[in-house]
Design a protein around this ligand. Structure first.
Ligand code: NAD
Length: 334
């Protein structure tokens, strides 16, 4: 018995998911690659020997020869396609963010609750990354004492377009940090403030956020989408008895000309390769058993990240600290 997976969206991330399904998930088959751009669908389907390729995502979800779906199309399609998957009673691994609006996420949560089961796993793959697992475990073992602060750095080489804005950094890039803050600290975010320094050109400047949690911790998040030098994700958790830092991952070191170099990945696919693979294996287990993976993010986590982002955009626009008004967590997601 193999799980027949459709990958929707065959861009950078969708092609990577197609590769993982084809090469790294022994109990799954790459059944369909779907992209509204027929050439992309065809080229990724051919590269990873998919059974079929299509251009209509809704039809793909309802196909009888598709057991489960990976949604890797643009952000605005995630909530509507997740709702279609719930209607079709197909489990979906939906790339982050679930939506840019918390209302969309609430609609997905309502649909799951009406259907009586969880269908949507959100692609916050850092929950499967060894560094963040170390951070969580060390905190749980008491090794750091009571957590006081968490500092997060998310740096990309460059933005895809000059139209990229600070608000987009908060809604598209920062949700990974928002999810890790909640996952590591086991607390909810209660307020957010956001600021930008001034750059000398028309490229988007970094966004720096300060958040407060329900347990009285302070958290900083730097999103720098034009860091130039490499893809660099780091964090430090500071407790009353010690601190744990996530290192830059270096697979090799060059010593030359009285200097020492390590290399950065150009983007997330290398840095988080293991996390994506482990996440997708957990997704296959979810489809096989119907048991939602213990570690993975639910639609509720997608809602929390979207609400924090939405509030962060308001904080950036107004230059003032904003309260994050979360609904009570439904029993269904406890
Ligand atoms: N988890 C992560 O670390 C991570 C990293 C990068 C991107 N992402 C997310 O993955 C998603 C895709 O990002 P990307 O960088 O691959 O983008 P991309 O622009 O490279 O690819 C998107 C693809 O989706 C196709 N598409 C557009 N609308 C569609 C629709 N309605 N149905 C089917 N296909 C459609 C486009 O033609 C394109 O090929 C985004 O939501 C992004 O936020 C997640």
């Amino acid at each position: 018995m193999t799980i027949r997976i459709a990958v929707i969206g065959a861009g950078i991330m969708g092609a990577d998911h197609a590769r993982i399904v084809a090469h790294d998930l022994p109990r799954a088959t790459l059944q369909v690659v779907c992209d509204t751009d027929a050439d992309r669908a065809k080229s990724v389907a051919q590269e990873y020997a998919a059974v079929d390729c299509t251009t209509n995502p809704e039809d793909t979800i309802f196909r009888d020869d598709v057991d489960a779906v990976i949604i890797a199309s643009p952000d605005t399609t995630h909530a509507p396609l997740s709702l279609a998957c719930i209607s079709a009673r197909k489990r979906a691994l939906c790339e982050k963010p679930l939506s840019h609006t918390s209302d969309d996420c609430l609609a997905v949560m309502r649909a799951e609750q009406d259907a009586g089961a969880k269908f949507i796993q959100i692609g916050f793959m850092r929950r499967y990354d060894r560094s963040y697992i170390d951070m969580r475990n060390t905190l749980a073992s008491g090794g750091l004492g009571r957590p006081l602060m968490m500092h997060n750095f998310h740096r990309n080489v460059s933005t895809p377009a000059t139209s990229f804005t600070g608000a987009m950094a908060i809604t598209s890039s920062a949700p990974h940090e928002f999810d890790m803050i909640r996952h590591v600290l086991g607390a909810e975010c209660t307020s957010i403030a956001a600021f930008q320094p001034r750059r000398s050109d028309d490229v988007v400047a970094p966004v720096v956020m300060v958040l407060e949690t329900s347990d009285g911790q302070l958290v900083t998040v730097e999103i720098n989408n034009n860091a130039v030098y490499g893809y660099d994700v780091r964090a430090e958790l500071v407790g009353e008895a010690g601190s744990l830092s996530i290192n830059t991952v270096a697979h090799s070191r060059i010593d030359r000309a009285l200097s020492q170099f390590t290399q950065y990945d150009a983007d997330w696919r290398g840095r988080f390769a293991d996390a994506y693979r482990l996440q997708n294996r957990d997704f296959v287990r979810f489809v096989e058993t119907g048991e939602f993976p213990v570690v993975a993010s639910t639609a509720w986590d997608g809602y929390c990240a979207a609400l924090i982002a939405e509030t962060g955009v308001r904080a950036l626009a107004t230059g003032t600290k904003q309260a994050i008004d979360m609904i009570a967590r439904p029993q269904f997601y406890v």
